[in-house]
Design a binder for this molecule. Sequence first.
Ligand code: FES
Length: 96
Amino acid sequence: VGREITTIEGLGSPESLSAVQQAFWQEDALQCGFCTAGLVVSTTALLEGNPEASEDEVREACAGHLCRCGTYHHVFDAALRAGRELGTARREGGGR
Ligand code: FES
């Protein structure tokens, strides 16, 4: 009661990717895409509260996801990139 659930469909669109989705694309952080929705949602949840999350914090936030393609380093790079962009946008008064 009183909670909100956001799925991958609630984050951006093909025409307007969220900052995290854009960073995943830029960092080549997916192969088959099976795990991508969950990783994007978890990364987004982390960065909304802490855009300056460290790599260790990103790893912990993503710990419940298994990527059979082994894109973890790209995922972590994407999360850190998105965090930098979100932190900059937040400081400049921008949004998601
Ligand atoms: S990209 Fe294939 S399982 Fe993660």
